[in-house]
Design a protein around this ligand. Structure first.
Ligand SMILES: Cc1ncc(COP(=O)(O)O)c(C=O)c1O
Length: 387
């Protein structure tokens, strides 16, 4: 891959050593330009309702390609939390059933379940605790039983970069007829993902990290085989069978026929989880970001990221740093964390010198993307020498 050519398309890299794609990816020019031309067009011509609706469909389509899904399995939602919440609250949970989650999850993927428990919708939440930065598969085996309604796990942990063995956790979940839900925010754009091969039931992902898009748009994949088993707790006007998007796609006038107010008929596909109007500018930016990702696909990105994290880990080991990320190849990702006294101060000092990393509790989180270079890793390692 022509990395120099890629870098010229990402303006922020010209004067910054950017090692925080797990926080927010730096936008490529095409993402910025697509959002800018949306703004210009909006200023000059106002809302382009039907054309904008088609942008939503096109973006769903591209996300489906990225994760090996079918269009009907994708919903476009405002953020990961709302996507996950839409599905969590649609599960048919029976009395005395439990939910299994991991301590390595982002808080959202734990709070949603606690809040449902507080409302009496779930009897028990089983939070698996890490051992040496990971959850052993046997702990999933012990925790998941015939009373488990769903297992909800982050593919890659935000806090230490541990890559979960999703395919095997899904196998365990399915052997007990539990659903497998995955937050893949730190995986999509880093490693190739095929949802049908992984055999997950639900997957969520936003665009502002490794996909290098804006805030305000995310995607929800729901396996078509389980769509009919989920009852949305809320249905909005974009989540019905006869939605305005369905009308546009059917070449019908979006407001040519009254909406049926005597009943509600949720869409048969994953769009039943889309509630109200999208932040179209965010979707337009996300579309450009996914196009950019597909141009430099994850199967070519993964070895590049692996090379950079290996160099980083080797350098940190040489300096005697305590690494808090798993070291086994199968458990590694684009995120490397290690202990630092006063991480916030170190990150701030580095930022003032043009090196961007993230302080997380008592660790520094370094997350190189495929566009980073070995020289940048070395520049970071040099700086860490003095902390
Ligand atoms: C794994 C993971 N999931 C979800 C989120 C937040 O998602 P959102 O704000 O889109 O709901 C983050 C944010 O850092 C994250 O790291």
């Amino acid at each position: 891959m022509d990395i120099d050519g890629v870098r010229t398309q990402i303006p922020l890299l010209a004067n910054t050593v950017y090692l925080d794609s797990a926080g927010a990816g730096p936008p490529p020019k095409i993402v910025h330009e697509s959002m800018q031309s949306f703004l210009d067009e909006w200023r000059d011509n106002g809302e382009k309702w039907e054309a904008w609706l088609l942008e939503i469909v096109k973006t769903r389509e591209l996300f489906a390609i990225l994760i090996g899904a079918k269009l009907e399995e994708i919903a476009c939602v405002p953020n990961v939390t709302s996507g996950l919440a839409a599905v969590a609250t649609a599960l048919r949970i029976k009395p005395r059933q439990n939910i299994v989650v991991s301590e390595l999850n982002f808080p959202t993927n734990v709070y949603i379940w606690h809040s449902m428990k507080q409302r009496g919708l779930i009897s028990e939440i089983r939070v698996l605790r890490q051992k040496d930065g990971q959850i052993p598969l046997r702990d999933f085996e012990k925790a998941i039983d015939d009373k488990t309604a769903a297992v909800s796990v982050d593919y890659v942990s935000w806090i230490n970069g541990c890559r979960e063995d999703i395919a095997n956790v899904a196998k365990i979940a399915h052997s007990h007829r539990a659903l497998m839900l995955v937050d893949a925010f730190h995986a999509v754009g880093v490693m190739p993902i095929d949802v049908h091969q992984l055999d997950v039931d639900v997957l969520t992902c936003g665009t502002y990290k490794w996909l290098m898009g804006p805030h305000g748009a995310a995607f929800l994949y729901v396996n078509r085989k389980i769509l009919g088993d989920l009852d949305p707790s809320i249905v909005g006007w974009h989540g019905i069978s006869d939605s305005v998007i369905a009308r546009v796609l059917g070449k019908r006038d979006t407001f040519g026929k009254p909406f049926d107010l005597d009943d509600v008929d949720p869409a048969k596909d994953a769009t039943r989880f889309e509630w109200g109007t999208w932040s179209v500018i965010s979707v337009v930016g996300s579309k450009a970001a996914i196009e950019f990702t597909l141009k430099y696909p994850p199967n070519e990105r993964e070895p590049l990221i692996d090379k950079l994290t290996t160099r980083l880990l080797d350098g940190l080991k040489k300096k005697g740093r305590k690494i808090t990320s798993p070291l086994e190849k199968t458990r590694r990702s684009g995120i490397v964390t290690f202990e630092v006294a006063d991480a916030a101060k170190v990150a701030q000092k580095m930022q003032s010198e043009g090196v961007i990393v993230a302080p997380r509790v008592n660790t520094l989180r370094v997350s190189p993307h495929f566009f980073n270079t070995e020289n940048e890793i070395d520049a970071f390692l040099e700086k860490i020498e003095f902390t």
